[in-house]
Every structure is written in structure tokens, then in C-alpha cells.
Design a protein around this ligand. Structure first.
Ligand code: ZN
Length: 412
């Protein structure tokens, strides 16, 4: 039953795979977009995504009544409690594809999110986990290793069948790859055939684990697979490269950490939740969740100490100012947490250079009010720090007033 699938992927490997990376157009602005004098030229506005959002990615294995292996099992009661905890802490569960769209800058996500993943294709996920997730209306992702599906080399009675996977797919469950045989992909040793692999054999084996598993899932289920979870979280540069060439958009490890806008897509950390370590889950939730006791404490920093541009109280002659601040005096800034709000615009896609500590945003849409307030927030060592300042604008185009505006003295 299995042999039917094992040879097949190799043939198609080089035919089908079109790297998502390669297909994606460079996100740099086109050099031909020189400013023209046309006053009514249509403006192409990029969606402004909230770059300060944070995402926790969680992973579970089996959901069982009697926990025998606490490292990979959890009771339905505890699992359900955790689902409730997310809700209680104001964390929105989003789907995997929303995370990727946000990382591409195409879609905003709520400020505090979680992604739920279930590993290895255990039947208890279908029978016990899924009904609980349905109850909460949470989207989730299955990371499947293809030889672990019923009928595969490791697919025993506790494994999900392809029919179960199809049913979950039809219900909107996201299904992604987790290798073919679930081994340490860094080691040139195939535990299934108990064979030490020569360098060319290793490459071929790796192709089957990373590319073949993707293609098998895509062919059996008629889906697009764009995420890979490395077994045990073990990976190296070469494995990442093979994943990239296979067209995976994201690679997941098991080193849990809040994912930010700038987290590299080829090693996104997941929190694997073990039945005997509930603190891992609770701590992660606390890290980004809202405290139930009210608003989170915010420390104020004076704008003067950040050498802002324009400075507080200054009046500028343009409705299209460059807004800048120097955050180098604040230690331990989480680069993904830097957020700039501009009155009249909301959150703007400001750039932050961690090397110089400079955060900057060139206003591209004329500010309409005579004064503008900038609110900058950053997270430093888990604490939220905020600063705000206000500057005036005196330009003929500024404001909605119909009274003759005070024309700025022309400068020579
Ligand atoms: Zn696994």
C-alpha cells in the first residue's frame, strides 16, 4: 500500500515545484514610479498592517483521557481549559494562512493572536481534539507526516486515516507537512531502512522527507501545502534551503517564542504543550495576553529625550513631514513591537532600524489638521513604553478651513 507512494514523489519533485519565494515579486517599489505632476493620479495605497501584533504558535499531540506519556499527551479537560484561557486573555485564534498573509504585509491581524497546531496525525485529534476546537470556533492546522497516516509505515490503529483528513480539509482545517517518516533530518541515517546514507543518498532521502511529503499531501488531498514543521524542531541551514526550494513559505521549529512581524519565516518557534508542563502554556499566554486586572502598565518617556523630528511644539511648513525619533536610549527594545500612530492616519508603517535605534515614517498622505500628534509605543523587556508629542502644520493645503490661509513666507 505504501510502496505506491514512495517512488512517485521523486519524479514530480522537479516538475511541479515552483518556489513561492521565486514567484513572489520583489516588494521594492518600482524604479519607474517617479513622481509626476499629474494632480489626480490614482494613488496606490498599500494596506497598513499592524506591525506590532504578536502571535503565539502552539502545538499539541494526543488528547486522551488517561495520560501515560505526559510529554505528548493531554487530557480533554486540560486542553479545553487552555482553549478557554486564550479567550479569557483576549487572544484571538487565527488561521495559519492569516499569519502568512500578515507576514507578507497583505492582511492585518488582531494585536494578540494564537495559532493552534496538532502534530503527527493522531486519531484522538480527530475524535477528541476537533470537537473541542469546534466548540470554540477556533481554526487550526494539522502537521502531518505522511508515513504516520493509517496504512503508512508508522500509521497504526491510533493514526488518522486519509478519509478523516479529507473530512477535516472539507471543514476548513489547514493541513501542512511534517516530513515523511518523522526523523532527525540532520542525520544521514534512515531509521526505517536502518541504513547509513551516503551524501547523494542523504540528499535524495531529504528530498522525499521535505518535498515528497508535501507532494503526497497535495496530491492525496488536493490542497496547497506551504508550511513545514521540522520533526523534533531539528534543522540546519541546508534543511531550510531545501524547504525554501520546495516552495514552503514558512518553517516551524519547537522553540516557542512570540512571533513578530520581523520574525524570520524559515524558523518560526512553536510552543509544544506537554501535559505535565502546563506552565509553558500559561506563561506564553501571559506574555502577550491582556491582564484580566485591567489595562497593562505603560511607562511614559518624554519626547524630548528621543530627539524627535519634528520636535514637540514645533510648527512645520509641510503637510507631508518626515516623522522621526531616536529610541537608542531605550534598552532591550523588541524590534517587532515598535509602533507609530499619527493622528488622522492611525498606525503607520514606520521603519525601525535596530542598529541606529531610529524609527521613521515619511507621511505620504497630506495631514489635514493644523496639529499632529504622534504616539510611539515600544516593548522593552516585556514592558510597554510610550511617548507622544504634538507639532503644528502651517501649509496652504493644511486644514479644512475655507478662510484665507496664512501663506508661509517664501524662503529663498
Ligand atoms: Zn511530530
Amino acid at each position: 500500500m505504501l510502496t505506491r507512494f514512495t517512488v512517485f514523489p521523486f519524479i514530480l519533485t522537479f516538475v511541479i515545484c515552483q518556489s513561492v519565494f521565486a514567484a513572489k515579486p520583489a516588494s521594492k517599489s518600482s524604479p519607474s514610479a517617479a513622481p509626476t505632476a499629474a494632480p489626480s493620479a490614482p494613488k496606490v495605497t498599500k494596506p497598513v498592517v499592524d506591525q506590532t501584533a504578536q502571535v503565539l504558535v502552539f502545538g499539541w499531540h494526543r488528547v486522551v483521557d488517561k495520560v501515560r506519556r505526559p510529554d505528548t499527551e493531554i487530557t480533554p479537560q486540560d486542553f479545553e481549559k487552555q482553549m478557554q484561557e486564550l479567550k479569557d486573555h483576549g487572544i484571538t485564534v487565527i488561521g495559519m494562512q492569516d499569519l502568512l498573509a500578515w507576514k507578507r504585509g497583505e492582511k492585518s491581524i488582531p494585536p494578540r493572536c494564537a495559532i493552534l497546531t496538532l502534530d503527527d496525525g493522531w486519531k484522538s485529534q480527530y475524535e477528541v481534539g476537533w470537537p473541542i476546537l469546534k466548540k470554540f470556533g477556533y481554526p487550526f492546522t494539522l502537521f502531518i507526516y505522511t508515513e504516520g497516516v493509517r496504512g503508512g509505515h508508522f500509521g497504526g490503529g491510533e493514526a488518522m486515516t486519509w478519509e478523516m483528513l479529507s473530512e477535516m480539509r472539507d471543514a476548513g482545517v489547514d493541513i501542512e507537512a511534517h516530513s515523511a517518516t518523522h526523523q532527525d533530518l540532520r542525520k544521514p541515517y534512515d531509521k526505517v531502512t536502518k541504513k547509513k546514507l551516503s551524501p547523494p543518498e542523504y540528499e535524495q532521502w531529504l528530498q522525499n522527507e521535505i518535498v515528497g511529503s508535501k507532494q503526497l499531501l497535495e496530491q492525496k488531498l488536493g490542497i496547497k501545502v506551504n508550511c513545514f514543521a521540522v520533526p523534533y524542531g531539528f534543522y540546519n541551514e541546508h534543511i531550510k534551503e531545501v524547504c525554501r526550494n520546495a516552495g514552503y513559505e514558512a518553517v516551524f521549529t519547537v522553540y516557542g517564542q512570540p512571533i513578530t512581524y520581523t520574525s524570520p519565516l524559515d524558523s518560526l518557534g512553536r510552543y509544544l504543550i506537554e501535559g505535565n508542563k502546563p506552565k509553558v502554556f500559561t506563561d506564553a499566554v501571559k506574555l502577550i495576553g491582556t491582564s484580566t486586572g485591567g489595562a497593562t502598565a505603560v511607562a511614559e518617556v518624554g519626547a524630548n529625550s528621543l530627539s524627535t523630528q519634528p520636535t514637540d511644539g514645533e510648527t512645520v511648513r509641510t503637510a507631508l513631514p518626515l516623522i522621526k525619533a531616536n529610541l537608542s536610549g531605550i534598552a532591550g527594545i523588541d524590534p517587532g513591537s515598535v509602533q507609530m500612530r499619527v493622528s488622522g492616519l492611525g498606525v503607520v508603517p514606520a521603519s525601525y532600524d535596530p542598529k541606529t535605534g531610529t524609527v521613521a515614517y515619511q507621511v505620504t498622505q497630506k495631514l489635514r489638521d493644523k496639529s499632529c500628534t504622534v504616539i510611539l509605543t515600544v516593548k522593552s523587556e516585556g514592558k510597554k513604553i510610550e511617548t507622544h508629542w504634538t507639532f503644528g502644520i502651517e501649509e496652504s493645503g493644511a486644514g479644512t478651513s475655507i478662510s484665507p490661509s496664512v501663506a508661509p513666507t517664501p524662503k529663498k
